[in-house]
Design a protein around this ligand. Sequence first.
Ligand SMILES: [Zn+2]
Length: 94
Amino acid sequence: MNEEKETAFAAGIDPATIGPGSQKYKENAAKAENDLAVATLAMKKDPNWIFECCWEECDWQFEDALDLIEHCVQEPNGHVPNHFKNLITATGAQ
Ligand SMILES: [Zn+2]
């Protein structure tokens, strides 16, 4: 028995109600699976989705979400690396 379950047992909680085998865990997993299925279905119904960057004043648009992510994180000039470069410049940190 792991520490989490020992603590629960000591508190009078049935260890079977927590962790991966519990009913709550199964309910959460089923809900997450359902949410993903609904989102996937929505995208299939309307394949003409446009993904907008919206980072500060940026108005770039992409047909593919992965292209948008790459736009944001690519080295050396993506929004994310630039954000951290600017933080270093602003604080004078090395
Ligand atoms: Zn952008």
